[in-house]
Design a protein around this ligand. Structure first.
Ligand code: FES
Length: 141
C-alpha cells in the first residue's frame, strides 16, 4: 500500500473545519511506514478530562479511563503497539461531543464514544484505514 508520502488514500473532502486550515481533500496515511520522522503510524488521543465545575460536559466523568484501557487492550491483542500509540489526553476541545477521541495524523475526531465502540474503531480505522463515519464529529454542523 501507499504511504502518506506517496499520496495516501483519498477518502473524502472536507469543506470546513474549526480552524479553516483543512479545506480540501482528506487523505489517510497507511503503512508500510517509511518516514523516519514519525514515531507512530497512528496516534490515538483519548480524552479523560474531568472538570471540577459543571459548566461544560467533560469526557472523563462519563467513561474515565475505561476507553483508554479498551484501546490499549485491543491494540496489544493485535500486536499493534509498535505502530499505533493509544494514550490518555486532556481536553480535546470537543467537550460537547464527548466522550471524544482523536486519531492523528488523520485528524479524525470521534464523539460519543462508548467502550463498546472501541473495537470497531480499532478494526476499521486503525487496522483497515476506514474511519467509522457514524462516530465522526462534524464540527461544521
Ligand atoms: S473534556 Fe473531553 S474534549 Fe473537552
Amino acid at each position: 500500500m501507499q504511504s502518506l508520502a506517496e499520496g495516501g488514500v483519498k477518502i473524502g473532502y472536507i469543506s470546513h473545519s474549526m480552524s479553516g486550515f483543512h479545506q480540501g481533500p482528506l487523505y489517510l496515511s497507511h503503512g508500510p511506514f517509511r518516514s523516519g520522522y514519525m514515531r507512530f503510524e497512528k496516534h490515538v488521543f483519548i480524552c479523560i478530562n474531568q472538570r471540577e465545575t459543571g459548566d461544560r460536559p467533560s469526557c472523563g466523568e462519563q467513561t474515565g479511563m475505561e476507553l483508554v484501557r479498551e484501546f490499549k487492550r485491543l491494540t496489544r491483542e493485535r500486536n499493534l503497539k509498535t505502530r499505533i500509540r493509544c494514550q490518555r489526553a486532556g481536553c480535546l476541545d470537543a467537550c460537547d461531543f464527548g466522550p471524544s477521541v482523536a486519531v492523528y495524523p488523520d485528524g479524525i475526531f470521534y464523539g460519543g464514544v462508548k467502550p463498546a465502540d472501541v473495537e470497531e474503531i480499532v478494526e476499521q480505522h486503525l487496522v483497515q484505514n476506514r474511519p467509522v463515519e457514524r462516530l465522526m464529529i462534524d464540527f461544521g454542523k
